[in-house]
Design a protein around this ligand. Structure first.
Ligand code: SAH
Length: 447
């Protein structure tokens, strides 16, 4: 097979990124925008030793799972990968992806529980970070790139975000505010970061800037108040002067209202600052936490909540647990977690600002013996150091693992088995419809 060849390909699988996959000449060919059951004419774009990438030129036989994409920029934007298939099929693909990782990488021949489906497959997000194009318009990055696809409405975001973006664009153009240029490092506005607390409808707007202050901020406030009225609770700038892909800098300054918004999650009032993690799909976060609670069997137990963000998982369990200890590395999130405990009258929760593995070591020295450990790490998963401390020093009955990347979850499954923790059950939870991402909750039992 060579670059620029045109082939007829039967698509019979899906890659972890959500691309259709077919086999040709004994190698896997990945083709974006195709799906299982398609037959397509494909132009080969790149050939490697054991796989190739192609582009669909013509769809010869469409899969039964296909539907008409409902977004104009679907084929270019790096956000959604499943707007061309029905939701049933999407869930089937996601569940199979998790099972495949658990089998192949984790070494477990164990089927997942029924995937927990989303109630809303559009406009479910409560957070967006829009890059701003040099024309002053908001948009999204193209797949694997920093090219900005201008888009004035995204089907994953609430409609109010579209109107807030329009107001910010109007302000940029009216007052000739400069926009950050990645190639020169000059210009002010880098990203627009929006959050909505869905239960209370409170809105936070953060303008990420390559500078220390914002001119015409009164005018911006006025325009945003026109859109959001009283729901606008917080307008902040975030300072990021580094030549980096990381969106947020370390410093936020409030220019209107409070420096946080408040949501309600699992009956707990949660205050969220810009730098604190908060699950982007609130309704599905409740379902995820319910499943984690079921697996934890936490009543009257001491629970260690590692990677706790603003304390949400632990605080949702606190009323029925004996004690909660949360660990998180971001200081603002720990501050939020402490205030959240106080505001909800929760007295049996303690929060520690530290790296999870280092904190675990220290807690082991303090002779802490949690009955249950919950971990909810970022995509890279847990360090083997941390898993060692959990298994050898804490030796809890149960470990509940909340994972946003089933490949690293599966890797950690294999490590945990060697440490005497057996994967009993796992459930995929669809927090991110239309994207390739899938959350998983897993329950491990000490042997
Ligand atoms: N359980 C929380 C947060 C999960 S996201 C919730 O459901 O909202 C993962 C969290 O891990 C983030 O808040 C991130 O800041 C934190 N984190 C990342 N690396 C860490 C580390 N090495 N030690 C402790 N926390 C870390």
């Amino acid at each position: 097979m060579n670059k620029n060849d045109e082939i007829i390909l039967n698509i019979d699988g899906t890659s972890s990124d959500g691309y259709g996959v077919g086999r040709y000449d004994g190698i896997a060919v990945f083709v974006p925008l195709t799906t299982e059951g398609d037959v397509a004419r494909v132009k080969i774009l790149k050939v490697k030793k054991s796989y190739a990438y192609g582009k669909m030129i013509e769809l010869l036989t469409p899969s039964q799972s296909r539907k008409e994409p409902d977004c104009d920029v679907f084929s270019q934007c790096g956000g959604c990968v499943y707007r061309h298939i029905n939701y049933e099929k999407e869930c089937e693909i996601k569940s199979a992806k998790v099972e495949n990782n658990i089998r192949r990488i984790g070494g477990y021949d164990l089927k997942p529980q029924q995937i927990i489906k989303a109630d809303r497959i559009c406009r479910y997000r409560n957070k967006a970070q829009f890059p701003v194009s040099l024309n002053g318009n908001t948009g999204f990055y193209a797949t694997h790139s920093h090219r900005i696809i201008e888009s004035d409405d995204c089907l994953l975001q609430p409609e109010i975000f579209t109107r807030l973006c329009a107001a910010i664009t109007e302000w940029i153009k009216k007052y000739n505010i400069s926009v950050y240029n990645e190639s020169t490092g000059k210009g002010l506005i880098r990203h627009v970061y929006l959050r909505i607390a869905e239960k209370t409808q409170q809105i936070m707007v953060v303008i990420i800037i390559n500078g220390d202050s914002l001119d015409y901020s009164k005018e911006l406030t006025g325009l945003l108040l026109n859109v959001a009225g009283n729901n606008l609770k917080s307008l902040q700038i975030n300072i990021n002067k580094k030549d980096t892909n990381v969106i947020l800098g370390d410093i936020c300054k409030t220019i209107y209202g409070q420096d946080y918004i408040t949501d309600i999650l699992c009956d707990v009032e949660i205050r969220i600052s810009p730098l604190s993690f908060y699950q982007v799909n609130r309704d599905m976060a409740e379902k995820l936490y319910e499943k984690a609670a079921e697996y934890a069997e936490f009543e009257d137990k001491t629970v260690l909540d590692l990677y706790c963000g603003a304390g949400t998982i632990g605080l949702s369990l606190a009323k029925k647990a004996k004690k909660i200890i949360g660990v998180e590395i971001i200081p603002d999130a720990v501050e939020d977690a402490k205030i959240n405990a106080e505001n909800n009258g929760i007295k049996n929760a303690e929060f520690i600002c530290m790296d999870a593995a280092a904190a675990a070591k220290e807690l082991a020295i303090r002779k802490l013996k949690p009955d249950v450990v919950i971990v909810d790490p970022p995509r890279k998963g847990c360090t083997s150091d941390l898993l060692n401390t959990i298994a050898n020093d804490f030796a809890p009955e149960r470990l509940v693992y909340v994972s946003c990347d089933s490949a690293t979850l599966a890797r950690d499954c294999a490590i945990l088995r060697d440490l005497g923790y057996i994967l009993k059950e796992y459930t995929p939870v669809d927090m991110f419809p239309a994207t390739s991402h899938i959350e998983t909750v897993a329950k491990f039992i000490r042997q």
